[in-house]
Design a protein around this ligand. Sequence first.
Ligand SMILES: NC(=O)c1ccc[n+]([C@@H]2O[C@H](COP(=O)([O-])OP(=O)(O)OC[C@H]3O[C@@H](n4cnc5c(N)ncnc54)[C@H](OP(=O)(O)O)[C@@H]3O)[C@@H](O)[C@H]2O)c1
Length: 347
Amino acid sequence: MENHRKTGSVHDAGNTKYAAPRKKDSGSGAGWLDYLADHAIVPGMLLFSRFGYDLSRRFWTEPIGTLYGRNVVLTGGTSGIGKAAALMLAEKKAFLTIVARNEKKAQQVQQEIMEKTGNPHVDYLLADLSLMQDIKQVAKQLRDSKKSIDILINNAGALFNERKETSEGFEQTFATDLLGVFYLTELLKKTLARSPGARIINVASGGMYTQKIAVHDLENKQELYNGSKAYARAKRGVVMLTRIWADQLHKDGIRVHAMHPGWVDTPGIKRALPEFHALVNKLLRTPDQGADTIVWLALSKKAGQSTGRFWLDRRPHETVVFPGTAASDKERQALWHKLQGLISSLP
Ligand SMILES: NC(=O)c1ccc[n+]([C@@H]2O[C@H](COP(=O)([O-])OP(=O)(O)OC[C@H]3O[C@@H](n4cnc5c(N)ncnc54)[C@H](OP(=O)(O)O)[C@@H]3O)[C@@H](O)[C@H]2O)c1
């Protein structure tokens, strides 16, 4: 698909400056203990488990306030990590809009959250986020609603074990986990810029550590399709976009974060990786534990002072740990131009 669609550049990944990672100072903001853990495979992976969460939380000291009056748009709030985040955000008194594809589920979750938290400011909008036309429409609804958007949380995502294309002709992993995130964020960034201290939070994955972006094959056509690989590459792309947006949107006061929820026991992981789920079942985090850093990034003062980083358990981490997985400036530019090109050629 990407080969025969018209590509045209609209924006530039631009004045973004990327320093080549240096030892123990990669620009990630990771402290030296996290740096060492990230680069040592087994301890690093253990950080993804519930033990990592239990260990990290011992060091949390920052008092957490509320989100009263802050308008939060959260994608994928009907299951797993997103549903847990929705409940926690509503408990923090956020004015919440969930973007969901399934109306029945959305209604049930809205009801459940309002009953459990007593927060009446919970609504939802419908969109299949693998479809660009749906994204265009929901973004318009959000912009036309006259409500500000203070925080956008791109959480919806999925790992598909089979290669399929959406009705619009995009490969579904790419459409859901990368192009859709790009498009929704691009369509809402001007609205976000009008809110002082706006934040974008992108839910990525530690799976991205295993892969380098394949800008020449974003739709996973050229090799035998592998769902985990396609997913990891898409999430790698989201982390790259996080850095690009962080630089571009700094002038507008928007802070942009990517995060890894850890390995979390959700319907999504059970469906996509049943063997992995059965194997590490006892190590998995609860959805609340996975959602914690999302909520923290939404309201923490400390998180408001940084941008462009990749967080796990409220601490910044390295984005590249395996040789050969870092992207060059040229590849970042190329990713940006390809995504822009695809979006600008949409009907
Ligand atoms: N679980 C983990 O260990 C883990 C680890 C790393 C990263 N993550 C990331 O965390 C995020 C949440 O995953 P999860 O584990 O909580 O999975 P989940 O239980 O399957 O929840 C995914 C959510 O995204 C929504 N969604 C998926 N595709 C969508 C589409 N095309 N349009 C609209 N909504 C869509 C789902 O809607 P429905 O309810 O309608 O299905 C659901 O609300 C994902 O981005 C995932 O990649 C998860």
